[in-house]
Design a protein around this ligand. Structure first.
Ligand code: SAM
Length: 266
């Protein structure tokens, strides 16, 4: 399979797998459902597979593209150049709060470069108060992790942290054939909706991250062992968490109770 698509040779280091399946593109755009007046931001517009149909329904679209050649192509795009605000930058270093408009939440979407999709989502979670929703193409495995709950084999740090910030909704599976060049793995679209009323709150997010990482880094161990540096048996029992339990049995609410208990003691 040629690595060239529409005259551009895909760059592996930028995670470039371009969508070309019209049916899948339609499905994705319908699930985003862009409407005039909304504030949409696309990460990694590439050759415009999603940018063009999204820009059809709105008059302004902000895009963030790291590849200088692709950013330049978009500046010269015959149909949509006037609608685009192009930020030529690494999305990981973009301050999304600085892009926020008063009284208008942003909607973020993109067929993400898989090599940075997890750090990028964590970066966006920090700006959740400015975001109405996010639609991302990710590896199917990552989508399953984001949506997994207690007891599920794929339940882990990513599940707990993502669900702390957002409701996670799987939308659509996408086969490798929908891309040029085709990635080695199955992909899927997920919708992430930041909680307006969070189901659980912590006083210190870093403590939640520490607890969740420590518990899942040694997921076969009981919490008594994996969290022994952070909390003792009695303190766990006081908040109704069994020291003999293992990380994969704990709900988001229980992780938050552990983090809050540790924050109080520290
Ligand atoms: N949206 C296009 C599509 O669906 O065909 C391209 C998707 S391709 C999987 C990922 C896109 O993200 C590429 O255009 C790539 O150059 C861009 N990209 C890679 N790393 C990036 C980063 N750190 N910040 C912004 N864009 C990035």
């Amino acid at each position: 399979m040629s690595k060239s698509h529409l005259g551009h040779t895909a760059r592996k280091r930028f995670g470039q797998n371009f969508l070309h399946d019209e049916y899948i593109i339609d499905q994705i755009v319908s699930s985003i459902n862009p409407r005039e007046g909304e504030f949409l931001i696309e990460i990694g517009p590439g050759l415009g597979a999603l940018t063009e149909p999204v820009a059809e329904s709105i008059s302004e679209l902000t895009v963030i593209e790291l590849d200088r050649d692709l950013a330049q192509r978009l500046r010269q795009h015959p149909f949509i150049q006037d609608k685009l605000t192009i930020i030529e930058a690494d999305a990981l270093s973009v301050d999304f709060s600085a892009l926020a408009k008063p009284n208008q939440l942003m909607r973020v979407f993109g067929n993400l470069p898989y090599n940075i999709s997890t750090p990028l989502m964590f970066h966006l979670f920090e700006h959740c108060e400015h975001i109405a929703d996010m639609h991302f193409m990710l590896q199917y495995e990552v989508v399953k992790r984001l949506c997994a709950g207690p007891g599920d084999k794929l339940y882990g740090r990513l599940s707990v942290m993502a669900q702390y910030y957002c409701e996670t909704v799987p939308v659509l599976m996408v086969p490798p054939t929908a891309f040029k060049p085709p990635p080695k793995v199955e992909s899927a679209i997920i919708r992430l909706i930041p909680h307006k009323n969070p189901p659980a709150k912590v006083s210190c997010i870093n403590t939640l991250q520490r607890v969740v990482s420590a518990a899942f880094n040694q997921r076969r161990k009981t919490l008594r062992n994996s969290l022994k540096e952070l909390i003792d048996d009695n303190s766990m029992l006081e908040i109704g968490v069994q020291p003999d339990a293992r990380a994969q049995e704990l709900s988001l609410g229980e992780f938050c109770s552990l983090a809050n208990k540790i924050s109080k003691v520290e």
